[in-house]
Design a protein around this ligand. Structure first.
Ligand SMILES: *Cc1c(COP(=O)(O)O)cnc(C)c1O
Length: 407
């Protein structure tokens, strides 16, 4: 075992089980380990590195700003936060933005905002507001958020939880949402594509129908685009596939340009308007450095047409993966460059399969026991994807014969 891994095992907490690789350098979509071996990154740090490693424009914004002014707290104004907020609203079509650092903090902000909106605006009796969430959701790891996770490992030993504030409905079922709404419902919180649940794409028209129901029943539609946002699914936001306009939106991961945590909760005017000075905050949220990096990331996304690129290359990769016939693959699905390959757990676990892929030079991660995900940085080249599919075929061959379906 590498001595680096041994050192981490000796001193680190065991809340992760990393693949046995020690990374030491990254460039574009490529990573190198500490022995100089090269890998194609098909995980992108769960979309945090959507613009690749060391993107020159984002890196320049980072180093210039870090040298000039980094952290001021929100006790003062900085000269980089206002243009970042304006750009965020312009890109997303939302009225106002509240900057945070991690995705989970963005979700917490959304929960607080939705509850206060329910009490102030909808006149829901104090402490009775409900938020509807989906089975299989992933919104982060704070104690409130894991309280409404349907994944037993994420929640079981971390209670007690507020038992009344959240209600579950099946993902992809708008009728169930309509049936679950009560006069006390503040919001429906949903991922456009469930990432951690195994790249679960809902039926077409689902979000549009949810939007209609929420509007009709005066319930906030809050979309968690921490993973799907900023080009990942082939549009700037995944909700753009159906022209949905939510009341609240959460961004994170890619917003930090692969360099630092930057997240935001965005909302329409009257919803964000419930926050008064002192209601909410975060020491690092909206810091001058994060704002400069966030703005540079949004500019890169737009200037380089990365959403379109994700749509084109995503279609290409999906077709190529679907053409690979292997007895261990049971399904290939996704949107843009967010693709999941479902494996037959009787033949190979997803964990074992991603370890095999690692050996062949492709970095991926298992999710939900049976799914390997393929979500490379959006700046990846078509030829890199061809190379990756060859490697994926090699890896699959270790578990049975592999054929190519005729086009
Ligand atoms: C990753 C993720 C989060 C949490 O983000 P962190 O930065 O890890 O706190 C929230 N929602 C979704 C959909 C995510 O994929």
């Amino acid at each position: 075992m590498s001595d680096k891994i041994a050192l981490e095992r000796r001193y680190g907490a065991t809340n992760y089980a990393p693949l046995p690789i020690v990374l030491s350098r990254g460039e574009g979509p490529w990573l190198w380990d500490d022995e100089g071996r090269k890998y194609l990154d098909m995980l992108s740090a769960y979309s945090a590195v959507s613009f690749g490693y060391g993107h020159p424009k984002i890196l320049k914004a980072f180093t210039d700003q870090a040298a000039r002014l980094a952290v001021t707290s929100r006790a003062f104004h900085s000269d980089t936060l206002p243009p970042f907020l304006a750009k965020l609203c312009e890109v997303t079509g939302m009225d106002r933005a509240l900057p945070m650092t991690t995705g989970a903090e963005g979700v917490e902000t959304a929960i607080k905002c939705a509850r206060k909106w329910a009490y102030v605006s909808k006149k829901v009796p104090r402490d009775t507001a409900e938020i509807i969430v989906c089975d299989g959701n992933f919104h982060g790891r704070t104690s409130t958020i894991v309280g409404f996770s349907s994944e037993p490992q994420y929640r079981d030993d971390f209670g007690p939880y507020a038992t009344q504030g959240f209600k579950h409905v099946p993902f992809g079922d708008a009728t169930a949402l309509a049936a679950a709404i009560t006069p006390n419902t503040a919001a429906f919180l949903v991922e456009p594509v469930q990432g951690e649940a195994g790249i679960v794409v809902p039926p077409e028209g689902y979000l549009k129908e949810c939007e209609r129901i929420c509007r009709e029943r005066n319930v906030l539609l809050i979309v968690d685009e921490v993973q799907t946002g900023l080009g990942r699914t082939g549009k700037v936001l995944a909700i753009h596939h159906e022209g949905v306009k939510p009341d609240g939106l959460i961004l994170g991961k890619a917003l930090g340009g692969g360099l630092m945590p930057v997240s935001a909760f965005l909302a329409r005017e009257d919803v964000m308007g419930v926050f008064k000075p002192g209601d909410h905050g975060s020491t690092f949220g909206g810091n001058a450095l994060g704002a400069a990096v966030g703005l540079a990331s949004l500019n890169v996304l737009l200037d380089e047409n990365l959403a379109e690129r994700s749509a084109t290359l995503g279609d290409y990769l999906l077709k190529k993966l679907k053409a690979v016939q292997s007895p261990v693959v049971t399904d290939v699905r996704g949107k843009g460059l967010l693709i999941g390959v479902e494996l037959d757990p009787r033949k190979v676990s997803a964990r074992r399969f991603v370890e095999t892929l690692l050996k062949h030079g492709v970095l991926s991660k298992d999710t939900h026991g049976t799914v390997a995900r393929f979500a490379p940085p959006l700046i990846v080249e078509r030829a890199d994807l061809d190379w990756a599919v060859d490697r994926i075929r090699d890896a699959l061959r270790e578990y049975g014969p592999v054929y190519e379906k005729a086009a």
